[in-house]
Design a protein around this ligand. Structure first.
Ligand code: HSE
Length: 310
């Protein structure tokens, strides 16, 4: 039997993490999406209200939350059940923080909780990926998986969703800096070259492997040496105002690494020290104030829980 109503939370996330384009991501605390479901009066799923996201479609087939929810409803044979969905976006759109992923996760997870499906989170993941796909046209779970499952997730293979949660060293923190310019993921993907040299492949594979060893051994020196994006960051940095100035400042302050969050314009610094995190926030405020660009910052542990019933 369905519940009377549900409210769920799906957190924002940082994808790519410098070393794992399309295959690595982690969830953060603070920003995210709230999705509510209650019984409706008309047949099928209706999105009755969206707050905090200008211009997002109410048609469930065109909305990332609605699309993901519909696919689960179909799997369950419940597509005609009268239900109403409300989406409360509590994070910026087009920010590189997995906004469409959080909506897709919120939509499918709300249906899962409303109907008490008895499924595992991993069983509904594919519907969230499909929901996000309608936003940027690509099938990748590097935002959706951490938003749903929590933690830092490594995707061995996106098509089969072979996904693994990584160990997170205790002191690890992340500082996210969001300069208020909008970049759509599909545009940020379109500028990327689809070829790379063998030397780039060798260097980047070394960084990804060593980063994971560093995480498991809480070896911050190794994390610092490996947290480098030699392939995607140089192509996208031009889209983000003051990217290299901000990166230099974060590394000077002792960040373990600094790169673009997802498709940008948000950036992230990893640290193992809250004083370093505070200093990076101060430097960001100065750098962007000088350019009259408004920013928002988030300092967070890596969120281990992912989506939850509120
Ligand atoms: N891996 C994706 C990208 C994340 O960088 O395009 C954003 O959806």
């Amino acid at each position: 039997m369905a519940r009377d109503h549900v409210k769920v939370w799906a957190p924002a996330s940082v994808a790519n993490v410098a070393v794992g384009y399309d295959i690595l991501g982690f969830a953060i605390n603070g920003p995210g999406d709230e999705v509510l479901i209650k019984p409706g009066t008309k047949k099928g799923l209706k999105i009755i209200k969206i707050t905090g996201g200008k211009g997002l479609p109410l048609d469930p087939e065109k909305n990332t939350a609605g699309f993901a929810a519909l696919r689960l409803l179909e799997e369950l044979g419940l597509q005609d059940e009268p239900i109403e969905m409300e989406i409360r976006k509590k994070m910026p759109f087009g920010s590189g923080l997995g906004s469409s992923a959080a909506s897709a996760v919120g939509g499918v997870f709300a249906v899962h909780e409303f109907f008490k499906t008895g499924l595992q989170k991993r069983d509904i993941l594919k519907h969230a990926v499909a929901g996000e796909q309608i936003a940027d046209g690509a099938w990748h779970a590097d935002n959706v998986a951490p938003s749903l499952l929590g933690g830092m997730t490594l995707i061995r293979d996106n098509s089969s969703l072979d996904i693994h949660k990584l160990y997170i060293p205790k002191a690890m923190q992340v500082v996210v800096i969001y300069p208020k310019v909008e970049i759509l993921t599909k545009d940020s993907r379109a500028i990327l070259s689809d070829s790379l040299t063998l030397d780039q492949h060798i260097a980047q594979s070394g960084n990804l492997g060593a980063f994971i060893i560093g995480m498991y051994n809480s070896d911050f020196d190794l994390i610092q040496r490996s947290l480098q994006d030699l392939i995607i960051e140089p192509q996208r940095a031009q889209l983000i105002p003051e990217f290299y100035k901000m990166k230099e400042a974060a590394l000077e302050e002792g960040a373990l690494g600094f790169s673009i969050s997802g498709a940008g314009p948000s950036m992230f610094a990893m640290t193992n020290n809250s004083y370093v995190s505070e200093r990076i926030v101060e430097r960001a405020k100065k750098i962007y104030a000088a350019k009259k660009i408004r920013i928002k910052t988030y300092t967070s542990e890596i969120n281990q829980e992912g989506a939850y019933l509120c």
